[in-house]
Ligand binder design. Sequence first.
Ligand code: GRF
Length: 235
Amino acid sequence: MSRKRTVVLISGRGSNMTALIAAASDPTYPAEIVGVISDRANAAGLGIAQSRGIATKVVQRADHPSKDAYDAAIDAALTGFGTDIVALAGYMRILGRGLVEKWQGRMVNIHPALLPAFKGLDTHARAIRAGVRIHGCSVHFVTPEMDDGPIIAQAAVPVMVGDNEDTLAARVLKVEHRLYPLALGLVAEGKARMEKGHTLFAHFADDADNATSVVMAPDPLREERDLEQLARITP
Ligand code: GRF
């Protein structure tokens, strides 16, 4: 099996990046993390990646005369890493249409909400304000419209009475760290792929569990139960 060469784009903390690196440290995982690109020189994730022996590169918008030149530099960095798959993980810029279309089907993102609800920023505060009882995260293929691409996998968590933005964010982040490796694995293995604006799933003939699609409501008392199964409840 040839593992898919994956580059992670970050802007900050890099905890999802760290979860992907951890998953990929298993040689049987179908993706390997070959590089990390940040648009901020002070992103904490850069140091973490370096400490794991992963090549890093900083590509700052301010160092480029135009958005197109910036996108071209990102593209060149991706090509330089011999990239098969791009994983956006807390990368806070919107990439231009040309770049996104070039990598379409090979570029994924994690968003801290159950899309298509709560696209954009401040998802946890908005979820609390909206009074939803279930919140979560989504991994999707990247398309030119922000947070709009076809969904690959989702995980749900309950919104508890008394939650604030921070407690809810922490609960979602925990499942992000499980969902992203699972979703990247599906893409790297070719079990989930983008076609005509939709995610197509391979028939999981080799795994009876995977073939079973169930609907599961989160149990507030055992919120982590069967999350991987839950994550497979996809469109
Ligand atoms: C995560 O909540 C991710 O879903 C969102 O930005 C946050 C990044 O956190 N896109 P980290 O840098 O992965 O710790």
